[in-house]
Design a protein around this ligand. Structure first.
Ligand code: ATP
Ligand code: MG
Length: 200
């Protein structure tokens, strides 16, 4: 039976925090692969200015090509309207069948907001969640049990080497002309420079 990790995100831009989290999930949960799913239109970032989906998708492809068990799906960038996880997970369920293990990977910040996502009840029926530690966000099992109740057994914890890296910080650094090297892959940095992303 296949065991698939789904790493959703805006990836504006993708960085080593995302990559280390995905790799650790792959290893610890014995996954066959991790599929990165760049969001088309993130529902929780409506009204905020984000980089075009084509550029975010391209950067995600560049960041993951060197890893044979990482893949990128264009399912959300190809879909119009808000990108809801429920639609994506349903599509993966249809594709891999009901016996497959589907693991939606999120950071500590995202898991705490998950119940606000569209059809979160159905989502918890359709897949399991991997909640990764992230610097600056507390992740306590008590809190998860309090929030998720009897569904807490669908949330698995993952300890990730702490990387206090965020896309927000990278964008601010680029705007201010501060260094971003070693926070994300060189291929992505080259792409950002070539296209001229994140300049004022
Ligand atoms: P932004 O600052 O623009 O929100 P971000 O760095 O949070 O960007 P996202 O694309 O929003 O990146 O995150 C995608 C997923 O990756 C989320 O589940 C998030 O919690 C997780 N994630 C992001 N950065 C890290 C990190 N440094 N360590 C662990 N998980 C992370
Ligand atoms: Mg974020």
């Amino acid at each position: 039976m296949k065991r698939i990790g789904l790493m959703g995100g805006t990836f504006d831009p993708v960085h080593y925090g995302h990559l280390v989290t995905a790799e650790q999930a792959y290893y610890q949960f014995d996954l066959d692969k991790v599929v990165f799913v760049p969001s088309g239109q993130p529902p929780h970032k409506m009204g905020k200015q984000i980089t075009s989906r084509e550029h975010r998708y391209m950067m995600t492809v560049l960041a993951t090509t060197s890893n044979p068990h990482f893949e990128v799906s264009s399912i959300e960038v190809d879909r119009s309207g808000p990108s809801y996880a429920i639609d994506t997970v349903r599509a993966f369920r249809d594709r891999y069948g009901y016996d497959a293990g589907l693991y939606f990977i999120t950071g500590a910040d995202a898991i705490l907001e998950m119940l606000e996502w569209k059809d979160s009840d159905a989502l918890l029926e359709l897949c399991e969640f991997i909640a990764a530690t992230r610097p600056g966000y507390a992740l306590h099992s008590d809190r998860i049990e309090q929030i998720f109740g009897h569904r807490a057994n669908k949330i698995h914890f993952l300890e990730v080497p702490a990387l206090a890296i965020s896309s927000t910080d990278i964008r601010e650094r680029l705007k201010d002309g501060r260094p971003i090297r070693y926070l994300l892959p060189d291929m992505v940095i080259n792409y950002i420079e070539l296209v001229g992303l994140y300049r004022e």
